[in-house]
Design a protein around this ligand. Sequence first.
Ligand code: S3P
Length: 169
Amino acid sequence: MAEKRNIFLVGPMGAGKSTIGRHLAQMLHLEFHDSDQEIEQRTGADIAWVFDVEGEEGFRVREAQVIADLSEKQGIVLATGGGSVQSKDIRNHLSARGIVVYLETTIDKQVARTQRDKRRPLLQVDDPREVLENLAEIRNPLYEEIADVIVKTDDQSAKIVANQIIEQL
Ligand code: S3P
């Protein structure tokens, strides 16, 4: 990469965006950011609180603002929330301001990874698999639409996936 470009990681909950993003940023000497973490820093509360108090709609407004702000920077790796691609504005921002990397994974892996981490409000239901399947149907075509690079994250370690991404930049 001649200039310091941005790398935006998109993909569903449990794809490994934050873990892989940290490795990638370290390997490329770029700053790492995470849109959920940024929302938590700005509100001083966790994502579940934002959903509780402001609803998903309020969360999406914050998410759009955070991604618009962070994508103005140069030379960052940004892990985006899994639902951010449903906004056309966000898709446009990401496409215009960096290389979009879609971390693709299976529903089985998503279920396994998100069970270990109970913090996601959309998955606090009896059947999280069904939610993940329904979201995948809507969102996977959107991830694909804006992806410059697509990498599978099923069986590989985060470091290996980060290396595969670097090879394709
Ligand atoms: C969401 C994904 C989460 C977080 C919020 C909503 C979604 O981020 O933004 O819980 O709509 O898929 P991760 O993709 O980092 O889990």
